[in-house]
Design a protein around this ligand. Sequence first.
Ligand code: ATP
Ligand code: MG
Length: 360
Amino acid sequence: MKKIGVVGGGQLGQMLALAGIPLGLEFIFLEPSADACAARLGRQIAAEYDDIEGLERLAVETDLVTFEFENFPVQAARHLATLTDLAPGVRALDVAQDRLNEKALFRELDIPVADFAAIDSQDDLDKAVTRLGLPAVLKTRRLGYDGKGQKVLRTRADAEGAFEELGAVPLILESFVPFNRELSLIAVRGRDGECRFYPVAENIHINGILHLSRPRLHDFMQEQAQTHARRVLESLDYVGALGFEFFQVDDYLLANEIAPRVHNTGHWTIEGAVTSQFENHLRAVLGLPLGATAALAHAAMVNFIGEMPAIEPVLHLPGARWHDYHKDPRPGRKVGHVTLLSDSPRRLEQQIAQVEALMR
Ligand SMILES: Nc1ncnc2c1ncn2[C@@H]1O[C@H](COP(=O)(O)OP(=O)(O)OP(=O)(O)O)[C@@H](O)[C@H]1O
Ligand SMILES: [Mg+2]
């Protein structure tokens, strides 16, 4: 029986283990928090992500290590990679942790991005606002998630003191993209270099947090998304699943960001695709054949943010599949999701509206 080490023990770890147990795998999570939701599906090494002893134990007690958490410190990852097989590699982590590195890689690979500028002072910000124009989005280069560490600048007054406001840390200013849709692509690359792609998902965010994700079968943007993702996977010699977020403007895509791990917009694949993103990630890192990525039905995933709704009315909906992350309710926190499946796009839309009504 193979033992998989996972850095991080949140809901992504929980879903990785749920996919991996039938593959004959055992899981050990490196996770400091006492109420980690993945811990009941494996063993937990309760230590910080950069704790040398914890990392060494993880390496010794498992056959290979992956991560479900992209802010795993690169120094720690580098050390871990000298002790065991770490997939995806350190390079992917290093690029994805810093929005500036990410944008630089996209440019190098001829993947279009919104205009941007590195900001290390209020003076840099004032100059960049003049150069890029407004509206624009100011973001911390590191550690942002769910729209945290961001400010939309609409007027010059919004820029005043904004460098301090975001913590006087390295920032990036991006032109605001007047997108038609937000799309994401879950891509998987195996150890032999084979790439597979899921249908693109169309995503709706509310207050910077993902609310709804719907796979779009045979979307006219599929090829473009795959071409961009393949370049990134190959240039990073990537192994595993990767989430790639795009803005669609008319008939082209601008890259927003990548996540070197399984991704929230791929949760629909658990019930909605032949092979889930979680299983394919595990197959990839283990060097096993990748599974088919085709959709089985029209699907949608709705995140539960802050608290879970009542279970019964949701389960009354045909094709509803419930996912509880066993997390304490807290405003803005992802605590679970529901996947809705239907053979009729019209009925699916009705079910989405019903779930949304139950969440209010
Ligand atoms: N340049 C932009 N133009 C327009 N909207 C933007 C821009 N940047 C971000 N947004 C909006 O804010 C959302 C969150 O931004 P982004 O993906 O950069 O942050 P994040 O904190 O890493 O989010 P997540 O963790 O959900 O991926 C985007 O999905 C999009 O809706
Ligand atoms: Mg994002």
